[in-house]
Every structure is written in structure tokens, then in C-alpha cells.
Design a protein around this ligand. Structure first.
Ligand code: GDP
Length: 338
């Protein structure tokens, strides 16, 4: 995967905005892939071109359902996405793009979707596009590229977008800031603590799906379902009027997958009717505006050579109690703004 990206990046330098835009509008999947590689590049000239491309695609975007899927490694995310993707492309005449945000890949260089053995059947489905998580960059950078990739995938014509992430708590807030619907996959066998699912993630979920029911005892599944229903009940109610649901499925046996689609459909109908679907997207756009400004300011601040020297000097003074952290911060900001 890495090599392919590198080759594409080199080629990017020769391609202009029309090449990418026309390719996307003409449903050329290779050019869509190259355009996403451009979004992921940290080179400033690539980022400027990428920003222009995203803006050009913006009027053709927005017409999809954006679904976030999370759960601990091994819970069955890729098996579920494969089963779900094949179901909606074959039975609901949908097309699906799958993007990933993987905080672990920024450390290990690996990638949750990079493993070619995952989603074999879906990868040969002509109505599906699977994009591995970039294997370099910060979580913030990866999330920004994913947010921009959604726009390109929608302009291409995909009507269902899945953002997959590992349910360990770092990336879920990022995902929640770019999806309409959040799905949490769980197992019946283990308690929430064992599954490493943080309370905050459960609170974000619009549906909680207990997977692998084919290998669990019916009683245990029933009990888990009730347990999760009770747990969700304790959270404050959503302003969008949606009451989060708990469902069960067997991703490997394709059991109950249609029910999950029905729940998503019900959610979209409700929130489109009461206005929350659009409202959430507006809130998300504002979040990305402030988030991008914040990270740019921080970047500029810490990269400033004047600040770097002064920061070192003041840090030494702060840790030896010669000056308070508050005064030191004020001096640094004054210097930055001078
Ligand atoms: P991920 O790490 O969350 O993406 O999990 P995978 O989709 O890779 O699944 C982990 C393992 O669980 C694999 O061996 C799958 O075959 C298996 N698995 C996934 N879904 C089911 C299911 O519904 N039933 C059973 N019995 N196994 C499943």
C-alpha cells in the first residue's frame, strides 16, 4: 500500500485540479484514489491543491448517509461492514465507500484496512470502494483527510459512506464530528470494561449492535441486550428525538443485517423530518472551521523560532519556581503577537 501511495504522490505533482475533478465526476476510481492520496499529503503545495479540489467538489457533495462504525479489535467490524455493504448494494441499490481512521496506525505504521485479507468479497464489489487508513500522520491530520475524503466520495456519487475506527476512545470524537449516525459493535460475552469501551463512546452511539450471536447462548444474548438497553437509558436524552437502540446480529452469517439498515433508515427519516439531520451537519462544519483554525494557530506558535527559544528559557524558570506558568504564558503570547 505504501509504495502505491508514493508513486501516486509523485505523479500528483504533474496533475492539475481539472484532472482530479473531471476524474471524480466521471467516476474514475483510480483518480478518486489518487485525489485522496493528495488529501493525505503533508506537503503544502499538495494541501493547497487538495483544498481547491474539495471546494470544487463541495456543491456536488452532501447527498449521502455518513455512518461511523466502531468497536474493539476482533469484535467483527470488517466482517460486519462486508456483510452490510454487500446487503445494501445488492438489495437496496446503494453504493458504499469505506474510509478508516486508525489512531494505532499513526504509531505502528500499520493500518486497520490495510490488511488485504479483510473484506475480500466487498473489495470485488463494483459498487463499493474501500480506502485504507493512511499509514502516516497525526490523528488530527488523518481525521482532516478523512473529512475531506467524504466530500470527494460524495461528489463521485457514493450514497453511503462508512467511517471505521477502532473503539479505543481516541478517534471516536473525531468520527462523531463527521458522521450522521454512529454504530457501536459489541459482544455479548464480555462486560463493557473488558471490551475497553469507554462510557463516552456508548453515549455517542445511535445504535448498539451485539455481534456474533451465532456462537453465543440465546440467554446470554438476551441478558446482554437488556443490560445495554438499561445502560443507554441512563444517558440524557438526545435533542434530536432519537432513542438509541440495541440490536443483535451475526455478521458472519448475514443474520439481522437488514434490521440494522432499517434502524439507520428510521433514524435518517426522523432526523430529516425534525431538522436535526441538517442541524448536526451545520454544527460539524462549524466544528471543523474552529478545529482547523485552532490547530493552525498552535502549529504556527510552536514552530516560531523566536517562541521556541523563549519557551525553553521560560520553561526552566517555571520548573524552578522563578516565575508562574501563567505569567510565562502571557509573556510568550505577547511575544508571539508582537
Ligand atoms: P475487527 O477487528 O473488529 O474488524 O474484527 P473482524 O471482522 O476481523 O473479526 C474478527 C474475528 O471474528 C474473525 O475471525 C471473524 O471471522 C470473526 N467474526 C466476525 N463476525 C462474526 C460473527 O458474527 N460470528 C462469528 N462466529 N465470528 C465472527
Amino acid at each position: 500500500m505504501k509504495n502505491i501511495n508514493k508513486i501516486a504522490l509523485k505523479k500528483n505533482q504533474d496533475f492539475n485540479i481539472d484532472y482530479y475533478f473531471n476524474g471524480i465526476k466521471n467516476k474514475n476510481i483510480t483518480i478518486l484514489s489518487r485525489a485522496i492520496t493528495l488529501l493525505e499529503s503533508t506537503k503544502i503545495e499538495h494541501q493547497l491543491l487538495a483544498e481547491e479540489l474539495v471546494d470544487k467538489c463541495l456543491p456536488f457533495s452532501g447527498n449521502s448517509i455518513r455512518i461511523g462504525i466502531t468497536g474493539v479489535p476482533g469484535v467483527g467490524k470488517s466482517t460486519f461492514i462486508e456483510s452490510f455493504g454487500n446487503y445494501i448494494t445488492e438489495n437496496k441499490n446503494k453504493s458504499i465507500a469505506i474510509l478508516a481512521i486508525d489512531p494505532s496506525s499513526t504509531k505502528s505504521g500499520g493500518s486497520i484496512l490495510g490488511d488485504k485479507t479483510r473484506m475480500n468479497a466487498l473489495s470485488t464489489n463494483s459498487k463499493a470502494f474501500i480506502r485504507p487508513s493512511p499509514s502516516a500522520g497525526t490523528l488530527g491530520g488523518v481525521a482532516k483527510a478523512t473529512r475531506q475524503s467524504i466530500v470527494l466520495c460524495e461528489a463521485f456519487g457514493f450514497d453511503t459512506i462508512i467511517i471505521e475506527t477502532v473503539g479505543v476512545g481516541q478517534s471516536e470524537t473525531e468520527v462523531n464530528s463527521m458522521v450522521d449516525f454512529f454504530l457501536l459493535l459489541m459482544l455479548a460475552g464480555a462486560g463493557d470494561e473488558l471490551q475497553g469501551i469507554k462510557r463516552g463512546i456508548m453515549e455517542m452511539a445511535d445504535v448498539l449492535i451485539i455481534n456474533k450471536t451465532d456462537i453465543e447462548q440465546t440467554d446470554k444474548v438476551k441478558l446482554a441486550k437488556q443490560h445495554y438497553k438499561n445502560a443507554l437509558h441512563l444517558f440524557p436524552s438526545n435533542p434530536n428525538g432519537w432513542v438509541p437502540k440495541v440490536e443483535t446480529c451475526s455478521a458472519i452469517k448475514n443474520e439481522n443485517i437488514s434490521k440494522v439498515w432499517d434502524i439507520i433508515y428510521e433514524f435518517v427519516s426522523l432526523t430529516k423530518t425534525n431538522g436535526w439531520f441538517d442541524e448536526k451537519r451545520k454544527i460539524q462544519s462549524k466544528y471543523w472551521l474552529s478545529e482547523t483554525i485552532n490547530s493552525s494557530i498552535l502549529n504556527t506558535f510552536y514552530k516560531n523560532p523566536k517562541i521556541k527559544d523563549l519557551l525553553k528559557e521560560l520553561e526552566d524558570k517555571v520548573i524552578t519556581n522563578q516565575i508562574s506558568p501563567f505569567k510565562a504564558a502571557r509573556i510568550l503570547l505577547k511575544e508571539f503577537c508582537a
